[in-house]
Design a protein around this ligand. Structure first.
Ligand code: AHG
Ligand code: MN
Ligand code: MN
Length: 347
């Protein structure tokens, strides 16, 4: 008797395709993919394993609570934010694979020290996304975006970051949830891997993730309703009052960690919104950062058949003008994002 789809998936998971095997297979299929890129992802994976280890013992170690510092965005820095940032910088600056990095936690570009070898990739990351959830033991994550260095005389390091999102060669995130996962895309579909702690490897658990045309979930912080303009309120009301494809109302789900909210909606179908808070002088463009949050997740969502806009245009079609630029974000199933975007444009 032929094994069923589930039996096959189960067997392949238990026998395990490791992330390294998967990357090597991709290299074979795509001659443009280089061993350098595989090594870059491997370095990110080691950093994420270190972060995952600290996240998992956060309640035990003396690592909870504030450092007392405030980051470049004026936010309180948690000790785990700092650890995650240092873990990534330490590993990546020694890798020989990067020419520069940018972190949500650092106001300036992080250049590779003179005594370290340089490479041809540019990395932007949010070391710990959703870190206000740490003390409550809710899911958090690390988001990354990879560009190839522009090979042109006279360009500054900054020029390598101020790019269109569609130029990314890969993007992904690690989710520190009930299990630790890696979800990434290098432009050939979206693949998910789950860390098996007993073998210490990320094993392929979600091959070729795709999103439905319409979802059944809307995710937004409705506590800010009074800050939104009329059109934004109308969009949220639309999702509250319309029915999904099964004739049921949309469910409201909001963890407060972009990466965790995004991941759930990627798997179940839905739309995540962080609108511009037009009445709030501190967040006229919303809260989320283009380079290390919106653009990498937009790259993934498009690869999964979904869409992402800032309420006007495609996120991947925006050319960054500053390192810590913020954008409103509407991301998820294609039809839901199209509807939200059309309503925001007064259509
Ligand atoms: P970070 O922890 O990297 O600063 O990001 C927090 C972000 C994002 O993860 C989340 O979606 C959003 O903040 C939640 O913001 P509100 O509390 O304003 O809803
Ligand atoms: Mn974040
Ligand atoms: Mn962060």
């Amino acid at each position: 008797m032929q094994p069923t789809e589930i039996q096959r998936a189960n067997q392949s998971y238990r026998l395990g395709t490791t992330i390294t095997e998967h990357l090597l297979l991709c290299e074979d299929e795509c001659p443009a993919a280089s061993g350098q890129f595989t090594r870059l992802l491997s370095e990110l994976i080691i950093s994420a394993k270190l972060i995952s280890r600290e996240v998992n013992k956060a309640g035990l170690a003396d690592i909870l609570g504030m450092t007392g510092d405030v980051n470049v965005q004026g936010e309180k820095v948690l000790k785990l934010d700092e650890f995650a940032n240092q873990a990534l910088i330490h590993r990546m600056e020694r890798s020989g694979l990067l020419c520069a990095m940018s972190s949500e936690e650092n106001s300036d570009i992080i250049n590779i020290p003179d005594n370290m070898p340089k490479g041809s990739y540019v990395l932007a990351f949010d070391p710990l996304d959703g870190s206000s959830n740490v003390d409550a033991n809710a899911s958090i994550g690390t988001i990354f975006s990879i560009h190839r260095k522009i090979e042109k005389e006279g360009l500054s390091s900054l020029d390598n970051f101020l790019r269109y999102g569609y130029e990314q060669v890969a993007a992904g995130y690690f989710l520190y949830g009930s299990s630790t996962m890696l979800v990434y895309s290098a432009g050939k579909g979206v693949h998910g891997f789950t860390l098996d702690p007993s073998v210490g490897e990320f094993l392929l658990s979600h091959q070729n993730i795709t999103m439905p045309e319409r979802g059944a979930i809307y995710s937004v912080n409705e506590g800010y309703t009074e800050y939104w303009d009329e059109r934004t309120r109308a969009v949220v009301n639309y999702f509250k009052s319309s029915k999904n494809e099964r004739g049921k109302p949309y469910s409201a789900r909001y963890i407060g960690a972009l990466v965790a909210d995004f991941h759930r909606n990627l798997l179940y179908g839905g739309i995540y919104m962080y609108p511009a808070d037009s009445q709030d002088p501190h967040k006229p463009h919303g809260k989320l950062r283009l380079l290390c949050e919106a653009a990498p997740l937009a790259f993934i969502v498009e690869q999964a058949g979904g869409a992402a806009t800032d309420g006007k245009q495609r996120i991947l079609g925006i050319k960054a003008t500053e390192l810590h630029e913020r954008v409103p974000l509407f991301i998820g199933c294609k039809a839901d994002v199209a509807k939200a975007t059309a309503m925001l444009q007064g259509e």
